[in-house]
Design a protein around this ligand. Structure first.
Ligand code: FMN
Length: 213
């Protein structure tokens, strides 16, 4: 498992390990960071329910509920690894070398829970543009990531594992004609302490508009 440890003692206020990451709700939002290398335990069943319920509070034009999530855990993770890696190899992707396959298999074997994310395309809806359905699904997924963090676990959104190979989403029951597949959330307990993420100053991204120039 390729987990690069951080040598300082983790600060429980700024990492999710042993965490009390929710000193305040804003502190929780500001300290979320991704953890790729994860191990058991995964969130308990009742925590997973809370995490999934959090997605239902995403903003959603027209109440289309376009988000779909597929929970993958236990032995199903090995089956997903087999299926996705075979599909990627069949697709002829030159990046899927034997070394890459080995490292993906090792990574997936350590992760106790995956949630596949998709947008159900409302083909007949002429009022809500598809991009808004996609944004609602992204917002719902962000709620999942924040809820995972607030419960003291770690997560990583990946569009690897054959996300862009149609056979993979079809095998998950997400027919490519009706669903836009958006990847996988790996979820579990961070396998190693990492430093807090370095975030930019919001001023670089924000202007105030006071009227026409
Ligand atoms: C839709 C989406 C797909 C992503 N796919 C990958 C991926 O396949 N591989 C990867 O290294 N990072 C991927 N990332 C980025 C990581 O999930 C993560 O956000 C990034 O490493 C930065 O970490 P942070 O969330 O702590 O800022 C993806 C992010 C998003 C939003």
């Amino acid at each position: 498992m390729n987990c690069v440890s951080f040598s300082l003692t983790p600060d429980p206020m700024t990492t999710t390990q042993n965490a009390s990451p929710t000193a305040t709700p804003l502190h929780a939002l500001n300290t979320r960071r991704s953890f790729k290398f994860l191990r058991a335990p995964a969130p308990k069943p009742e925590e997973l329910e809370q995490i999934l319920q959090a997605a239902m509070s995403a903003p959603d034009h027209g109440a289309l509920r376009p988000w779909r999530f597929v929970v993958i855990q236990g032995e199903a993770i090995g089956k997903l690894a087999d299926l996705a890696l075979d599909a990627v190899k069949r697709s002829g992707d030159p990046r899927m070398t034997p070394e890459k396959e080995k490292s993906v298999r090792e990574w997936m074997a350590g992760v106790p829970l995956f949630i596949a994310v998709a947008q159900k395309i409302a083909h007949d809806n002429t009022k809500i543009p598809e991009q808004e359905q996609l944004l609602a699904t992204g917002a719902a997924t962000m709620n999942l990531l924040n809820a995972v963090h607030m419960l003291g676990y770690g997560a990583f959104w990946s569009t690897g594992i054959g996300t862009y190979v149609e056979d993979v989403q079809n095998a998950l029951g997400l027919d490519a004609l009706d669903y836009r597949f958006l990847g996988f959330l790996a979820i579990g307990t961070p396998a190693c302490a990492v430093p807090p993420a370095n975030r930019p100053d919001y001023r670089e991204f924000v202007t105030e508009w006071t009227g026409p120039v």
